[in-house]
Design a protein around this ligand. Structure first.
Ligand code: AMP
Ligand code: ZN
Length: 671
């Protein structure tokens, strides 16, 4: 290999590994398995050793992960946040117990706790008031996420307790309940955002969000498992847990005192199966020597306390047979392959199906018909095929071939460049898309039409009564046909017609969400509705216009533009308008804070430390300024934050547009 090639290969590895590190530590969304990561890191280290002159300054071999998000203040921990020694087998626990008995004798107890699978947090209280919440970070220092922590209901902002020290620190684990995870992840997928792999990643991604208002919308919970203070009046961990419980902290009720290692084993065995019934994930149990005096005697190693250890459960995994792969077509036309499995018991439930996500996943697994596969519950929730047991593959079996045509309507499937998902483009003629769209429209979060349900819509479709959303608004003309439908009495017809009539009052943002434009979820619909004010503006907006609306990225913008480029969609909207549905937002009168920016135009670009882009936009508009969609010679100011696109910067420089910071914008207003 030429030296040029070696350098290129090294640089590529550096870029790739840094991105994985960022995804893992900052976004808390791992993008590579640990093993593969370590292999690549080792490969890079080897190349660096052989070619030290090509070593990059930002090489991940020098600095492995643990980065502190730059947008939060970094805070040094008063008491370092150590990790725990851990083990997967009972012999190790026995050895641990032996070591302790050698050091302090036989007279001691253990506190057994569940090992919650979330992220650890340190909370500081001063005179009964929560003053700070800090993530573990690298153990010595972490991110100050106080504002976010304060949104968690089970973490008290104030405590009233006569027996609490004036200053103390409390440690615990923040997590998300499984049900909330499923619900929120479904919402993310609906608007085209990447789904989190498990509740832990979701919790950790949430705690590190910049916008605490957004954090508040995501239900997090927390359990407390350590109390730290300089003046401990408690004799044991157990006593301190009981005290903090009485001060109002959330301590897990499944915490137990054990007199010896045998009782610890009982605890472990009990939770081995029972854990699947908990509403949150645990990945093991934690064992702590109870007495503080004995803890002190045992002391610490460089990394962890000698008086505690964790025992981790192995991920639940089971072997079964892939019976066949079926394909589901959703209301947006997205095709999802589903593995139909020979039913098997896994982690307390019967598993019959596993998601295969998309064609890439089938390819990655190299699935063949009738394969024996290993199934795991990812994050203990959604069954997933991890790999094929090749030893059991029967000879001459065929690989699973992704269909080229829609299983429901026969139309050729399309897959957009760079996308993993196949779509059926026949949105006007593909039954599950037609039915799904109307079902979505009437659903609770959209138009919330009383007297109509998913099954009714299906029956209507089967009987040729509806094909489009707009057909609902003329269904009162079909009285005879309605009466002939099974189990559809006069009273229910009346109810339904009333519900449909009432839906004409639903606000524009609900109607917009109800239309079911790809990637336009509930929140996005609201932002878009208020951003454009009415459907005419929306129909004529370009992707560039739409991107200026807070939270609207390129993908959503393009999807909206595509939607309105379809004449059938425009026709449908006309019909709905004629029927009397709301297609503009109810305006509230805006009064300006000042006229300092009247006649001035602005483009906002990049990210800002103190403001969201929406804050700045509101600020400019409240002072009479106007936001433009793109940079041109006529633009008065480009307000630039970090990470602005280089092409924008270049264009502004070329056209001699003044580039200002958010601070400079503030002084323009104050001037
Ligand atoms: P590990 O990450 O495997 O080193 O395990 C240590 C981590 O376990 C701590 O940093 C905590 O975040 C977490 N943990 C979960 N439950 C407990 C618990 N009951 N006691 C102590 N640590 C816990
Ligand atoms: Zn189809």
């Amino acid at each position: 290999m030429s030296s040029n090639n070696i350098k290129e290969q090294m640089d590529a590895l550096v870029t790739e590994l840094n991105q994985h590190n960022y995804n893992y530590y900052v976004l808390a969304m791992p993008s590579i398995g640990d093993f593969e990561f370590d292999q690549k890191l080792a490969q890079l280290a080897k190349l660096e050793k052989e070619n030290p002159n090509f070593m990059a300054a930002n090489s991940p071999t020098v600095h492995v992960g643990g980065e502190i998000t730059k947008n939060f203040e970094t805070v040094k921990h008063k008491y370092p946040m150590l990790s725990l020694g851990n083990t997967y087998n009972e012999q190790d626990l026995r050895d641990f117990d032996e070591r302790i008995r050698k050091a302090i004798g036989d007279n001691f107890e253990y506190v057994c706790e569940l090992k919650f699978d979330g992220l650890s947090i340190s909370l500081t209280y001063q005179d009964g008031k929560l003053v700070r919440g800090v993530t573990r970070g690298d153990g010595k220092q972490g991110d100050d996420v106080t504002a976010n922590v304060k949104t968690i209901r089970t973490i008290p902002h104030f405590i009233k307790a006569t027996d609490a020290p004036a200053h103390f620190e409390i440690r615990g684990e923040i997590f998300m309940h499984k049900a909330a995870f499923l619900r929120l992840n479904a919402q993310r997928e609906e608007i085209g955002e990447i789904a989190y792999a498990n509740p832990r990643n979701f919790a950790s991604g949430t705690v590190k969000m910049q916008d605490s208002a957004e954090v508040a919308k995501r239900p997090l919970d927390g359990f407390i498992y350590f109390l730290y203070t300089d003046h401990h009046k408690f004799k044991s961990h157990w006593d301190s847990l009981n005290a903090v419980k009485s001060w109002g902290f959330h301590v897990c009720e499944h915490t137990k005192l054990a007199k010896n290692i045998e009782e610890v084993y009982d605890f472990i065995h009990f939770w081995e199966s029972e854990r699947h019934k908990l509403s949150y994930d645990i990945d093991g149990i934690v064992l702590k020597v109870n007495s503080f005096a004995q803890q002190e005697e045992l002391g610490f190693t460089a990394k962890s306390p000698r008086w505690a250890i964790s025992y981790k459960y192995k991920a639940a995994e089971v072997e079964t047979i892939l019976e066949k792969v079926t394909y589901q077509v959703g209301r947006t036309g997205a095709v999802t392959p589903v593995a139909n499995l020979k039913p098997v018991q896994l982690a307390g439930t019967t598993v019959k199906r596993a998601t295969l996500h998309n064609a890439n996943e089938i390819e990655r697994l190299d699935l063949h018909e009738g394969d024996t596969v290993f199934v795991e519950k990812g994050g203990e929730i959604i069954p997933k095929i991890i790999k094929v047991n090749l030893e059991k593959r029967k000879p001459n079996t065929l690989g699973i071939i992704y269909p080229t045509h829609c299983p429901e309507c026969g139309t050729e499937l399309i897959r957009a460049e760079g996308e993993a998902v196949h779509y059926c483009p026949n949105d006007e003629g593909c039954p599950p898309q037609i039915v799904g769209r109307i079902q979505h429209f009437i659903s609770r979060k959209a138009m919330n039409i009383d007297g109509l349900g998913d099954e009714t819509i299906e029956a209507f479709y089967r009987n040729g009564l509806v094909r489009h959303i707009s057909d609902l608004y003329s269904i009162h003309n079909q009285a005879e046909a309605l009466k002939e439908l099974d189990r559809f009495g006069e009273k229910s017809i009346e109810n339904m017609l009333l519900g449909i009539e009432k839906s004409k009052e639903m606000p524009f943002e609900k109607v917009l969400f109800g239309l079911g434009i790809r990637y336009v979820g509930e929140t996005v619909a609201k932002k878009v509705a208020f951003g454009v004010k009415n459907i005419e503006n929306l129909a004529s907006a370009t992707a560039d216009d739409l991107i200026l609306i807070d939270e609207i990225g390129e993908r959503i913008a393009e999807s909206i533009v595509l939607y309105f480029s379809n004449s059938e969609h425009l026709h449908q909207i006309e019909l709905l308008k004629t029927a009397g549905l709301q297609f503009e937002v109810i305006e509230t009168i805006i009064s300006l804070d000042s006229d300092k920016l009247i006649g001035k135009t602005f483009v906002i670009s990049g990210v800002f430390e103190k403001f969201s882009r929406d804050d700045l936009k509101n600020l400019i508009e409240a002072n009479g300024g106007k936001i433009l969609s793109g940079i041109s010679g006529k633009l008065d100011y480009l307000v630039a934050g970090d990470n602005m696109g280089p092409s924008k910067l270049e264009k502004a420089t070329k056209l001699k547009v003044p580039i200002i910071t958010d601070e400079e914008l503030l002084s323009l207003i104050k001037a």
